[in-house]
Ligand binder design. Structure first.
Ligand code: DLL
Length: 432
């Protein structure tokens, strides 16, 4: 089922024509209204009229998070503040936060884009949707909320936290679709079993998860434990929030709403375009946003584009799941390692709980990595011999996946910190 069939199944040629028209309009708008972009155009000796094909976009430089921070709070807005009806901001945990503004039209567009993703993930107006993303400056709660209302579903804005209450509401209000981060979905699954509730007695059918990286193993775990079909959706506040891309029920990659976002994939070191289908950093240009357009925004997210046609009939190109952020990549003994690779190994091993943390430290000149894994109760209270056997197995599988050896430590169930939002997988003591 499609939300906007005429757009989602658009012929490639028509789509590229639409993208070009919208790109030209966006470029003229930012040239006229955003001093930062006008300066870049001037510096690179180009004018809005010089963009005759989609490839011409390469005449412009990239925009970075740093650029957005330098224009804090409203410097990148392309409309006067009186036309802005909503303001969100990123958390700013790694520096000044970035601020996103929306006009009335932007909110309409955004709701539609989220409605597409919800529909692709199996949700209809007959669903009762529990939104357990934080409502506030974070785009997750409000973004999904407006999209869910647009679909016409019954929306329960529980926001994040208060896990026992979430479960009670899920039970009493007969929630059919759950929306939150994948790590919070697992925490809810734990709470459901601890409260002695049989998951089959709940009405849950679909889960739409996003806002953080997760592995196929984690999807299997969530689907098995909550008895739902779980899809992945992607977005970022600088680009619009949730609604940039989302999986259909095939669950083989996330359809990008290409009529609103132009995606390039570049080598994060050289910034050169890479061959179609290879993994690189996603760079996104907004094609319809009014208040806060972004041109060639470097997301830092690593993924690859999938061009094979999807059996669902949508024509939009897909992106693979995000394997991690280029700034999350660990370089251990000279080898590049992503937390998601470690997660994939752990989830395939019997006897471990789906909770882990990666501690990176420096011993002398060398990086030293310890993976803390929660062991299931039976293993933990078992004889040392069994525990050691499990540790050896995890180490062996990690070494063969990563190509380097890391330390592994089993910890008791529930010792690692749980989050209601985005999980913190890596603790880097080198930076502390
Ligand atoms: O997380 C927007 C969002 C909300 C997306 C709810 C989906 C659902 P930010 O807080 O600005 O916005 O964080 C954006 O989160 O650059 C990625 O690194 C990461 N991220 C988002 N979705 C996914 C995903 C929201 N499905 C940053 N898989 C992005 C992996 C994701 N990483």
């Amino acid at each position: 089922m499609y939300w906007e069939p005429e757009k989602e199944t658009m012929d490639r040629g028509d789509l590229e024509q639409l993208q070009l028209e919208r790109l030209q309009a966006t470029l003229s708008r930012v040239y006229r209204n955003v001093p930062f972009y006008r300066q870049k155009f001037d510096e690179f000796g180009v004018e809005p009229d010089d963009f005759r094909s989609l490839n011409d976009l390469r005449k412009l430089p990239f925009t970075t998070k740093e650029d957005l921070r330098n224009s804090y709070p409203y410097g990148m807005f392309a409309v006067p503040l009186r036309e802005v009806v909503r303001i969100h901001a990123s958390s700013g945990t790694t520096g000044t936060s970035t601020v996103a503004g929306y006009t009335k039209n932007d909110i309409k567009t955004w709701s539609n884009l989220v409605a597409r993703i919800l529909t692709a993930g199996g949700v209809t107006k007959d669903d009762v949707i529990q939104i357990a993303f934080g409502y506030g400056l974070f785009t997750g709660g409000f973004g999904l909320h407006y999209g869910a209302e647009r679909v016409g579903a019954s929306v329960i804005p529980t926001s994040s936290g208060n896990t026992a209450r979430q479960v009670k509401i899920m039970q009493d209000f007969k929630t059919t679709a759950l929306i939150c981060t994948p790590s919070y979905a697992l925490l809810l699954a734990d709470a459901i079993s601890e409260m002695g509730i049989n998951v089959n007695s709940l009405s849950l059918r679909y889960g739409l998860f996003g806002a953080e990286p997760w592995s196929e193993g984690m999807r299997t775990e969530i689907q098995d434990r909550l008895k739902i079909t779980a899809t992945d959706n992607y977005g970022l506040s600088e680009v619009i929030g949730p609604g940039v891309a989302g999986e259909c029920l095939e669950r083989q990659g996330l359809h990008i709403s290409e009529d609103h976002f132009l995606v390039e994939v570049v080598n994060p070191d050289t910034l050169e375009p890479i061959r179609l289908g290879e993994t690189g950093e996603m760079v996104i240009t907004s094609l319809t946003k009014e208040a806060f357009p972004v041109i060639r925004y470097r997301t830092r997210d690593l993924a690859r584009l999938i061009t094979e046609p999807c059996p669902c009939g949508r024509k939009f190109m897909k992106m693979s799941r995000v394997m991690g952020r280029s700034d999350d990549m660990l370089i251990i003994k000279g080898v590049n390692v992503f937390p998601s690779q470690i997660e994939a190994v752990l989830f395939a091993i019997e006897g471990t709980e789906p909770h882990y943390q990666i501690i990176v430290d420096r011993k002398g000149a060398l990086d030293d990595v310890t993976v803390l894994v929660e062991a299931s109760e039976t293993i933990f209270f078992d004889e040392m011999k069994k525990q050691n056997k499990l540790i050896t197995l995890i180490k062996k599988n990690l070494a063969s996946e990563l190509g380097i050896s890391v330390n592994v430590k089993l910890v008791e169930k529930k010792t690692l910190e749980r989050t209601e939002g985005k999980a913190k997988r890596v603790i880097d003591l080198r930076k502390l």
